[in-house]
Ligand binder design. Sequence first.
Ligand SMILES: [Cu+2]
Length: 134
Amino acid sequence: MTCSCLKLIHVFVPFLLILLHIIEPIHSKVVTFQLEAYYFPASPDGVQKQVLVVNGQFPGPTIRANINDTLIIRVTNSIRDKDSQTFPTSVHWHGIEMFLNPWYDGPEGVTQCPIAYGQSMDYKFKLDRSGTYW
Ligand SMILES: [Cu+2]
């Protein structure tokens, strides 16, 4: 590689990185979503029982977003069984890198305290890769 070519790379690469940082926020967006978990009578396996659903769906709703989007997801715990016993919960975002946001990864007792019954928590993180996660 010639000397002038190296100079061009030294100028071009930082310029490209700066340009990407300017363009990225233009194409990214904030995606907000609300999830409420609760028991609901259903028969997904043919036998009616109390099933843990999210927004009344089993499995829960699909959240669609693109790389570099910021997700803000409010999770509300309304999990109470037929005997009025309540349960703590959290959402573990399995497979999401959570780069710079490890406290939003979700496992109870590892990265956060559980969400108590009747309480909500806002998870906020940026999607840094494509894929389907559940
Ligand atoms: Cu995991």
